[in-house]
Design a protein around this ligand. Structure first.
Ligand code: PLP
Length: 432
């Protein structure tokens, strides 16, 4: 499969090159040259296939012949060694799609594991690619990337995170693994981390260091997320009802992958991009003006993004036509106060404990369907509540059991370096 740059000023790219480079030379995001719908009978009979079979079928065309069939199947199987349960909320039409059963209990595990395995394969093929994955995280990306890439040969991982602005558990996940994983603590907010990462990619003096990104701008991180939507649809009983999917959105990679699933033929009636008070996209849909802002800190910190990088892909998919976009896509913003009310409502009505991100998605779904009764509604629960322990305990006044994966990591020793500006990052990379 070929990819082109959304800045339209770079040569076409193979999948392999797009994964290794992350961004196109003109700094645009890569986008697949065409998206070929799957056989409708495959989708009609989805329930008969295993998740691994479905995932292979969905991703195959985006990789093409650049990874042989057997290896790609193996990569998919290794990536998907956990479940994606769809949990019905009481006797309502609403379901939680739980994406947090992976090794770091964040939905980003899937993309990170898939990308790491693809890079590991390309490294074997070519030997000594000597790649540096540079990633800015507002919380969950870093942990999933660290875990997904741990021990992958030929790849060093450098993670930038805002000092004091990620939860204890998230910080442990970033800073305790060692080996090929290095965490850098930045005095500042997430946008400062992201800006530094962007500067590094633009820096000619770092060209020889094989930098790539493991944020959802990388096609191998972004595209596998479309699988969730197939796995959800597969588990629905009454498939004939119109399906609404609400996605807690920060960089808009997950929802954009869901829209790719729809392009492949999955019958999703409507998407809701639910955001916290970082409301650039809800404002864009209202005014037609794209006016990014600096990110604001919220209790759903993995979505504290003021300028969502994947939105250009969404616009491209909809031919840059906002009216067309609005027929299948809404976006609403919720404050921290509303988010806590959403968590309380889920707990009171259904006994369901959600993390703040899942609660934002639930609120988005409720707002879209309102009093509608003939529908299926799915909200994506992207993190295990234990990862936001303090907020969950304080909001719901309950105890939360710590799962074994997390308990183990809490004993690890934090190892990190502190950097305050781009100069320090650059010298760190040059010496790595
Ligand atoms: C990253 C993340 C999101 C936002 O996903 P995007 O693809 O950036 O929109 C939502 N919830 C959690 C828990 C996350 O880690």
């Amino acid at each position: 499969m070929n990819y082109f740059s959304l800045n339209n000023n770079a040569p076409k790219s193979t999948f392999k090159n797009a994964v290794i480079k992350g961004l196109a030379p003109d700094k645009g995001l890569y986008y697949p040259e065409n998206i070929r719908p799957l056989d409708p009978s495959f989708i009609a009979n989805l329930s008969q296939y295993s998740n691994k079979e479905i995932a292979y079928k969905a991703i195959e065309q985006f990789v093409g012949n650049e990874i042989d069939t057997e290896t790609l199947k193996q990569i998919v199987n290794d990536t998907l060694n956990f479940d994606f349960p769809l949990v019905k909320m009481g006797d309502s039409n609403d379901f939680s799609l739980e994406l947090f059963h992976g090794p770091t209990m964040a939905f980003k595990d899937v993309g990170a594991r898939f990308m790491a395995r693809c890079l590991g394969y390309f490294n074997k093929e070519e030997e000594n690619l000597d790649i540096r994955v540079l990633v800015a995280t507002s919380g969950d990306t870093g942990g999933a990337v660290a875990s997904g890439f741990l021990g992958v040969e030929g790849v060093k991982v450098i993670i930038l995170y805002p000092k004091g602005k990620v939860s204890d558990i998230q910080e442990k996940q970033l800073t305790t693994l060692g080996q090929n994983i290095q965490a850098l603590e930045v005095k500042g907010v997430f946008d400062d981390c992201q800006d530094m990462v962007k500067m590094a990619f633009l820096d000619n003096e770092l060209q020889h260091k094989g930098l790539t990104s493991a944020n959802s701008i990388n096609v191998a991180r972004w595209l596998p997320q479309m699988w969730y939507y197939f796995f959800a649809y597969k588990q629905l009983q009454q498939k004939e009802l119109p399906l609404y999917v609400s996605v807690p959105s920060g960089n808009f990679g997950n929802i954009c992958a869901g829209m790719v699933a729809r392009e492949l033929g999955l019958p999703i009636h409507h998407f809701v991009a639910a955001t916290n008070s970082n409301d650039t996209i809800p404002r864009f849909l209202q005014s037609g003006l794209y006016e990014p802002e600096n990110s604001k800190a919220t209790i759903s910190n993995a979505m504290d993004v003021g300028n969502p990088s994947n939105f250009v892909r969404i616009r491209k998919m909809m031919n840059n036509d906002i009216h067309k976009l609005k027929t299948i896509f809404s976006s609403y913003s919720f404050s921290d106060k509303e988010t806590k009310l959403g968590m309380k409502e889920l707990y009171k009505k259904f006994g369901y404990i959600s993390d703040p991100h899942g609660a934002v998605a639930y609120l988005g779904l409720r707002k879209e369907v309102e009093n509608n009764t003939d529908y299926n509604g799915i909200f994506l629960e992207t993190a295990h509540p234990v990862k936001f322990l303090d907020i969950v305990k304080e909001t719901l006044k309950i105890k939360v059991e710590i799962p074994v994966q997390i308990a183990a990591i809490m004993d690890g020793t934090k190892s990190t370096s502190e950097i305050k500006d781009y100069k320090e990052l650059k010298s760190f990379i040059l010496n790595s």
